[in-house]
Design a binder for this molecule. Sequence first.
Ligand code: 4HQ
Length: 259
Amino acid sequence: MTAAPRIDVITLFPEFIESSLEVGVVGRAVKRGLLSVQSWQLRDFAHDNYKTIDHRPYGGGPGMVMLIDPLRECLQMVRQADPRPAHVVYLSPQGQPLTQAKVRELAHRPRLVLLCGRYEGIDERLLQAEVDEEVSIGDYVLSGGELAAAVLVDAVGRLQDGALNDPQSAVQDSFENGVLDCPHYTRPERHELGDVPALLASGDHRKIARWRRQQSLGRTWLRRPDVLARCDLSADDRQLLAEFIAEWRAQDGGPGAVR
Ligand code: 4HQ
């Protein structure tokens, strides 16, 4: 049996990471031993009685910058805690976007170390020397890297073998197919707010699969043309999408349509 993948998180707020692991699919995966997550209090590696981990930036300007040495010594301890080589990730808006493709890539790593920055971030020299990859969860500014790290742990954790009750659900998600997810319905079939599309209750599984694929493609066309542009659609997909677009134009999207 091979050891479960391990994620170490270096942070000023370990409680934040730990609390997010008490619930849900990923919390259960950790309890089942499918994934191990350790958080480390950076302040424990400060050199002085004030527990200093940051200082004013050279060149002036607002805010504080995280010091090299507490981070370096913490990383050394973290690396020593497990013999497997660690892939070190720094969460920041300057990083590569966290896409589902990136999540899959990171999910295959036996060992990740996540660095959470606060204030203006971390001294560039530490990043140059120790970080393998900088990753961003989106084009907005957080007050610290902890939420971004929790997002990454969640997305990576749910892909570990055995984490999801039905492994099929990971395959059907948004982006796993390169397109957005289709709409979902459950009981009751008829409701004041509308009826479930008849086809879904028909039991014709081939038709249902085609309808879902068409909805996925159509919604991606409507909502995320940027995602669709990067898709390599089959002839079948292009046919389904053309049908969706024709129907959409006829119903709500016709020239001069009033909505
Ligand atoms: N921050 N994706 C600034 C982010 C962020 C993001 C984390 C704020 C790092 C220094 N991290 N600190 N967006 O906004 O990952």
